[in-house]
Write a protein that binds this ligand. Structure first.
Ligand code: GTP
Ligand code: MG
Length: 202
C-alpha cells in the first residue's frame, strides 16, 4: 500500500471527542521514547506529522491522523515515564485505557517495544491486560538499527521465551527502524490486508 495522503485531524484526551467517522483505526502504544511518533512519520513519509523528541513524554494526547482518506493512525502518549507526576500519570493512564477499551473503531493496537531491552514488567503486564480485555494487538520491535543482527535475534528469543510463559502463542511480530525505513512495507501490508478483511465482513 502506498500512503498518498496523511493529515492530522484532532488531538484530545476525551474519547467522546474522537472522530465520529466509522473507519478502521490502528493505534501505536508503548513506553515513552520507544519511537511511536517517529514510526508514524516513517510510515507516512513525513518528517514531522507526529511530534517527536529525544526526551520522553513528548506525546501527551490521543492524536488522530487520517490516512489515504480511508483509515486512521493514532499516536498515543507513552506509558512508564517516571518524570510525569503521579497524578498526571494516573490521568494519562485513565484516558489511554478508556480509549483502548471503548473505541469501537480500533481494529488493532501496535505495541511498540525497544528491541535493545530485556522484557520489561510494564510491557508484559500491559499486553496481559490487552489479552484479558480481548483487545487485538501485534508487537513492533523498534530501533533495530541500534543492534547487530545476532544481538537482535538473541533479544527476540529472550522476549518470546518470556511471553510464552503467559501466552499459548506469540502475536504477530514486526521489526522496525524509523531511521532506516525497515518494517515499513510489512506494517503497511498488514494494515492493508486487515482493512480488506474488514471490508469483506461488511
Ligand atoms: P513519547 O511521545 O514521549 O511517548 O515518545 P515516542 O514513543 O513517540 O518516541 P519518539 O518517536 O518521540 O522518539 C524518541 C527518540 O527515539 C527520538 O530521539 C527519535 O529520533 C528516536 N528514535 C525513534 N525511532 C528510532 C529508530 O528506529 N532508530 C533510532 N536510531 N532512533 C529512533
Ligand atoms: Mg510520541
Amino acid at each position: 500500500m502506498k500512503i498518498k495522503h496523511a493529515e492530522f485531524i484532532i488531538s484530545n484526551t476525551d474519547i467522546t471527542k474522537c472522530p465520529k467517522e466509522q473507519i478502521p483505526e490502528y493505534a501505536f502504544i508503548g513506553r515513552s521514547n520507544v519511537g511511536k511518533s517517529s514510526l508514524i512519520n516513517m510510515l507516512t513519509n513525513r518528517k514531522s506529522l507526529a511530534k517527536t523528541s529525544g526526551k520522553p513524554g513528548k506525546t501527551q494526547l490521543i492524536n488522530h491522523f487520517k490516512i489515504n482518506k480511508e483509515w486512521f493512525l493514532v499516536d498515543l502518549p507513552g506509558y512508564g515515564y517516571a518524570k510525569v507526576s503521579k497524578k498526571d500519570r494516573s490521568a494519562f493512564t485513565k484516558f489511554i485505557y478508556e480509549y483502548l477499551e471503548k473505541r469501537t473503531e480500533l481494529i488493532c493496537t501496535f505495541v511498540l517495544i525497544d528491541c535493545r531491552h530485556e522484557p520489561q514488567k510494564i510491557d508484559v503486564e500491559f499486553m496481559q491486560w490487552l489479552g484479558e480485555k480481548q483487545i487485538p494487538f501485534v508487537i513492533i520491535f523498534t530501533k533495530i538499527d541500534k543492534l547487530s543482527k545476532s544481538k537482535l535475534e538473541k533479544n527476540l528469543e529472550v522476549y518470546k521465551t518470556e511471553m510464552l510463559k503467559n501466552w499459548e502463542e506469540m502475536p504477530e511480530i514486526f521489526l522496525s527502524s524509523a531511521e532506516k525505513g525497515d518494517g515499513k512495507d510489512q506494517i503497511l501490508k498488514f494494515i492493508c490486508k486487515t482493512n480488506d478483511q474488514i471490508k469483506n465482513m461488511l
